[in-house]
Design a protein around this ligand. Structure first.
Ligand SMILES: Nc1nc2c(c(=O)[nH]1)N[C@H]1C(S)=C(S)[C@@H](COP(=O)(O)OP(=O)(O)OC[C@H]3O[C@@H](n4cnc5c(=O)[nH]c(N)nc54)[C@H](O)[C@@H]3O)O[C@H]1N2
Ligand SMILES: Nc1nc2c(c(=O)[nH]1)N[C@H]1C(S)=C(S)[C@@H](COP(=O)(O)OP(=O)(O)OC[C@H]3O[C@@H](n4cnc5c(=O)[nH]c(N)nc54)[C@H](O)[C@@H]3O)O[C@H]1N2
Ligand code: SF4
Ligand SMILES: [Mo]
Length: 702
């Protein structure tokens, strides 16, 4: 038996795991007690790493679809076929005719965030898409507008705050997001143990709310109104204290004016939170020296996600909690993308171009997912003819799944880099399956930049990648060299890149980084990380302003947010009516793709419609019965779960289900559930940022 120390790449928590192997089999996966950051914690998904590795449904060779039958291929043959088809589309219709979609696991994959990214971006298409526009885009846009770079998102200093107000996040199920910290339950408990408070604002009394000191229901999609009322109250009571920020920020007066019209009384009628509670929360934030207001996906994937994400940072700034211990802080990661981006002159960029059909804004070189299906399906100059997907399942993960399925079937060519033939990749002409997480090295390049402590950890692969397999980055690089590089250079380029690998980039970035060798001390290198298999703790977050922001100035009131305020006012002129849908996550699930692990999916059905008793009885629904949930896009049927954890007027369904589509996922297909994205309307977005409105869409339930 051999013992390996590595990290779980399945969510943002970066837990250290111990994997025991015998030959080519995984015998056990458990938490690594010696990991500097996670100290033994793992969740049930971590254990399921073994199931992924040994899943008989996982593809191990390139697959080619001819009509409805699939054939295995050799790698060389597959790369040549894909390159030939992509080249043909590019030369007939131009480079924008090839679209690219990158899904969530990209972020957890060192090869994909480095070399894979370079390769895919070098296709030079304006039709780049990713899960970002179904996710954190508004936070990134606020970072760009306020701090000058889309990757400069501050994170709550969880281990030192005495007040955490948590909006639209359920870290006990999600294990935290844009707040990398393993073992959320203990960390939240510790806030309470040191006399602090956790307060949750959520339309559902979630697992996190259950353990919080206080939970307040908030009507979906109204967070921006609530936040404006906080700002209003802070100014009205003369409680604004910018602290150090006063000398390096702009726009306080504009922020004051923006909130004048939004009294707590007006906000109460819209949000469902009493004016007295809004006032109390504002005062708590103003008077607690170490406090953080944190908001996540429920707050940003909605009609006013842009405004909400901006206002979250603003309220922290106004109460002296931005860049202060216990507040929202910037990290100092060992691999620091910010100076690299600054040197390259890359800030992210917004609305430099728009989508062809519905004029959606570009962000960070990408168009929003709400535009993908229509860009494929609408004929004319600039139409998408070919698609590369990598590590994603947009048929289940994006609103308007059925419309996308129809569009995919009409593509000239589609290739997917994915270990599974899932609901999306089954539409591809070729699937290129990468090596497994246990066959690749690991360094959380993206997540350590969003971590509540400065930490670094490198893990070598548990298993050598088999000769018949390829890493994601090797696949992306091969697509690039064979499609883009002149023929005589291809072999040379492939060999050179192969020698380099993501490790070389990582080592260089560590040496150049803030903990590197520059300051005349023995700094971090890859060799040092290799010698520390449980990771290296680089200490708590430290204040980084003003030098972390390139201009030296935080913009508190960027013009594009001020210009969006009239839309907010107009929207809430009319009273709310009918039911609205929100999402939820479960600890044993991971977006759309871990439902093929028997040990994770066993137990009671998870894809249910949660509904308040009063809403259920008004519709004659019984617990365990079936509900039909409909929008103008269609309907799904799901089991009813009646619970007073729901706010009246709000129902909840998880996303990522709907495995009734002939994917090669035997366990998942046996527990299909229904996809909420079959009925969510892709046309409903945050008009400011282009982000999908995943939450707060009207539904009818019968
Ligand atoms: N209604 C609703 N919709 C949502 C959400 C919601 O809250 N509500 N959440 C949104 C969010 S936050 C996200 S991030 C998206 C996620 O949506 P996506 O990013 O589109 O997809 P996932 O469901 O994460 O599926 C990941 C795919 O990557 C593959 N994969 C896993 N590991 C690897 C790897 O190492 N390499 C490669 N090449 N492939 C791999 C898996 O087999 C799977 O097919 O869903 C979004 N959709
Ligand atoms: N177990 C598990 N962990 C995961 C994932 C998973 O699928 N499963 N996915 C990973 C990914 S890709 C991401 S992005 C993160 C997301 O991590 P989180 O942001 O913590 O995501 P959720 O658990 O969906 O929590 C969102 C909360 O927002 C609430 N909500 C919905 N609408 C509104 C609203 O309008 N206002 C307010 N205030 N609240 C609202 C919902 O009720 C829900 O409790 O989780 C990651 N971790
Ligand atoms: S919380 Fe679970 S899924 Fe996330 S990194 Fe830890 S073990 Fe993996
Ligand atoms: Mo996500």
């Amino acid at each position: 038996m051999t013992t390996h120390f590595t990290s779980c790449p399945l969510c943002e928590a970066t837990c250290g795991v111990v994997v025991e192997t015998e030959g080519s089999r995984v015998v056990s996966v458990r938490g690594d007690d010696q990991d500097e950051f996670s100290r033994g914690y793992i969740c049930p998904k971590g254990t399921a790493l073994a199931d992924l590795h040994h899943d008989p449904d996982r593809l191990t060779k390139p697959m080619r679809r001819v009509d409805d039958t699939w054939h295995e291929m050799e790698w060389d043959e597959a790369f040549d076929l894909v390159a030939e088809r992509l080249r043909a589309v590019r030369s007939a219709y131009g480079k924008d005719a090839v679209a690219i979609y990158q899904g969530n696991p990209t972020v957890h994959n060192l090869g994909l965030v480095t070399l894979g990214q370079l390769a895919l971006r070098s296709f030079g298409t304006r039709n780049m898409y990713s899960a970002t526009s179904n996710d954190q885009l508004p936070h990134m846009l606020a970072a760009l507008q306020m701090f000058g770079n889309q990757i400069l998102m501050p994170v709550p200093d969880l281990d030192r705050c005495d007040l955490l107000i948590c909006m639209g996040a359920n870290p006990l199920a999600s294990n935290g997001s844009i707040m990398t910290a393993p073992d959320m339950r203990s960390r939240l408990k510790q806030i309470q143990a040191r006399g602090g408070k956790v307060i949750v604002l959520d339309p559902r009394r979630t697992e996190t709310a259950d353990r919080a000191d206080r939970h307040l229901f908030i009507r979906p999609g109204t967070d921006a109104v609530f936040l404006l009322a906080l700002v209003h109250e802070l100014f009205a009571t003369n409680a604004v204290r910018l602290g150090r920020l006063a000398s390096h920020s702009n726009g306080v007066d504009e922020v004051r004016s923006a909130a004048v019209a939004w009294s707590p009384e007006r906000a109460a009628g819209i949000t469902g939170i009493a004016a007295a509670d809004i006032r109390e929360l504002a005062q708590l934030l103003a008077t607690t020296p170490r406090a953080a207001l944190y908001g996540r996906i429920g707050v940003c994937t909605q009609e006013f996600g842009g405004l909400s994400a901006w206002l979250l940072y603003v309220v922290n700034a106004l109460t002296g909690h931005l860049d202060e211990p216990g507040g929202l802080m910037f990290t100092t990661p060992a691999l620091d993308p910010v100076p690299i981006a600054d040197k390259l002159g890359y800030d992210g960029g917004f609305a430099r171009w728009h989508s062809r059909v519905s004029h959606k804004p570009e962000f960070g070189g990408e168009l929003p997912m709400s535009a993908l299906a229509e860009e494929i399906a609408t004929p004319g100059e600039g139409q998408i003819r070919a698609l590369i997907t990598c590590a994603g399942n947009p048929v289940l993960s994006s609103p308007g799944g059925p419309k996308l399925e129809v569009a995919l079937a009409g593509l000239d060519f589609m290739v997917s880099i994915d270990p599974y033939m899932n609901e999306t990749t089954r539409h591809a002409h070729v699937i290129l399956p990468p090596a497994t997480p246990l066959e690749r090295s690991h360094y959380d390049a993206a997540l350590f930049a969003l971590s509540v402590r400065n930490v670094a950890k490198y893990s070598p692969p548990v298993f050598e990648r088999p000769a018949h397999s390829r890493h994601d980055w090797e696949i992306c690089m091969a697509l690039w060299t064979r499609t883009r590089a002149p023929k005589f250079l291809r072999g040379l380029a492939e060999r050179a890149i192969g020698k380099l690998g993501p490790e070389a980039l990582l080592d260089a970035a560590l040496r150049m980084g803030p903990w590197g060798i520059r300051r005349g001390r023995a700094g971090l290198t890859l060799a040092k990380l290799r010698a520390a298999p449980h990771g290296v703790d680089l200490g708590p977050l430290t204040p980084r302003l003003p030098e972390r922001v390139k201009s030296g100035v935080v913009e508190l009131a960027p013009a594009l947010y001020l210009a969006d305020l009239p839309r907010l006012a107009a929207r809430f002129d009319r009273p709310a009516q009918g039911l609205v849908m929100i999402g939820r996550r479960h600890l044993r699930s991971n977006n759309s793709w871990m439902h093929n692990s028997e040990r994770l999916v066993k137990g009671p059905a998870r894809c249910t419609l949660m509904i308040h008793p009063s809403d259920a009885s008004a519709r004659n629904l019984v617990d365990g019965g079936t509900a039909k949930v409909a929008t103008r896009r269609g309907s799904v049927e799901v089991p009813v779960e009646i619970t007073d954890a729901m706010m009246p007027g709000v129902v909840s369904m998880p996303h990522g289900w709907g495995h009734n589509r002939n994917a090669r996922l035997r366990v998942a297909n046996a527990n299909p559930g229904a996809s909420v994205n079959d009925i969510l309307d892709p046309a409903l977005t945050d008009e400011l940022s282009g982000t999908s409105a995943l939450t707060g869409q009207p539904v009818e339930v019968s």
